[in-house]
Design a binder for this molecule. Structure first.
Ligand code: FAD
Length: 316
């Protein structure tokens, strides 16, 4: 079923999760065990992230370095298919511009269509770690709205380099939204302008970056509506888990930590105590969001289920 159908048919707030593919060489059963512990909350759908290639330099033994291009977390498409077969839950593979030509993307989408996977979350993708900014593939897309246009075209039967119209695909397309603005955007208004372009290109739902202050989400939804962005906006949530998160989350995700949460975490003697604070804070956020009638609570599990399970026990 499509995300939009799940949301339209829901009689109460849905529980959904995002997982990461295992690191290359790791066993998929560890991931399944994490998902197993969350199945009692009946996730309506499960997102699976896509990870860009990385550049690794290895010593050649003669003083020279050789550059390798490798993916540390491959397998998004296979994991989506495996989850749909094993749990009968809809999956949402993330589809990114970075590292893909338009033809690579088309072929991936054909695979997804054949596998019965009809939801995608479309993203530009982050820069490769060793590059200072996002560099598009020479035959790929620079921004998510262009990739959305390509998929919308496939939904109309338009494939690359084909003269005649082919069998249309049937993808329900999602896009990312940033309540505290995307880090490259000069301001929230500009970011909203481009978010609207993604919706006009065919995005039918938005999933937000994580946030720790619900006012940020409520304000974002209000601004979206005022700017004519009327698709469902799914809030993304993550319980804070370590002392290090106080600095790492703002650094990597460009978000604010509310002062009350910072003070509570700063009082903790170890990460065990931080996890208790993080669970309580996130559960409180969820209760408020649920009371406000959000369509769905979407948890960034980072493929670790225990904290999300403890939050969900209090909320669902
Ligand atoms: P875009 O919408 O393309 O926007 C990028 C920037 O360019 C923004 O500042 C925007 O304002 C601006 N912009 C947009 N369109 C235009 C335009 N046409 N012209 C000029 N400027 C424009 N990354 C991964 O690599 N893999 C994942 O699986 C993944 N999952 C994610 C899931 C969620 C819910 C979120 C919120 C992020 C995820 N990311 C993932 C991170 C994401 O790829 C990065 O944040 C990336 O830097 C931006 O992606 P985007 O799709 O929002 O980009």
């Amino acid at each position: 079923m499509k995300v939009t159908e799940h949301l339209a048919q829901a009689t109460e707030t849905l529980f959904t999760i995002e997982i990461l593919p295992p690191k290359k060489g790791e066993d998929i059963h560890t991931l399944f065990r994490h998902i197993d512990t969350l199945m009692e909350f009946k996730p309506a759908f499960i997102d699976v992230t896509y990870h860009r290639e990385e550049h690794v330099y290895k010593e050649m033994g003669n003083g020279m370095l050789k550059k390798y291009v490798t993916r540390k977390r491959p397998g998004t498409v296979g994991i989506c298919a495996a989850i749909q077969n094993r749990y009968h839950v809809d999956t949402i593979p993330h589809v990114i511009c970075g590292g893909f030509s338009q033809e690579d993307t088309e072929n991936m989408l054909i695979d997804l269509d054949f596998l019965g996977i009809h939801n995608v979350l479309v993203l530009r993708g982050d820069p490769v770690k060793t590059e200072p900014g996002f560099v598009p593939h020479p035959e790929g897309h620079c921004y998510a709205n262009e990739l959305i246009e390509q998929i919308t075209g496939m939904n109309q039967g338009k494939y690359l380099y084909e003269e005649s119209v082919s069998t249309p695909t049937d993808f329900c397309i999602g896009a990312a939204g940033y309540p505290e603005k995307h880090f490259e955007s000069p301001n929230l208004d500009t970011d909203l302008y481009y978010l609207k372009q993604k919706v006009e290109a065919g995005a039918e739902f938005i999933v937000t970056q994580m946030f720790f202050d619900n006012r940020v989400y409520f304000n974002f939804v209000e601004l979206c509506r005022a700017n004519g962005i009327n698709v469902p906006i799914i809030p993304g949530l993550k319980p804070m888990a370590t002392l290090n998160h106080l600095t790492a989350l703002p650094k990597y995700f460009f978000l604010d930590i509310p002062e009350d949460l910072r003070k509570e975490v700063a009082k903790c003697k170890d990460n065990k105590q931080v996890r208790e604070v993080g669970i309580e804070w996130c559960a409180q956020q969820c209760r408020e969001l649920k009371a406000a009638g959000v369509p769905c609570l979407h948890f960034y599990t980072m493929s670790k289920s225990e904290m999300v399970r403890r939050v969900a026990e209090q909320v669902f």
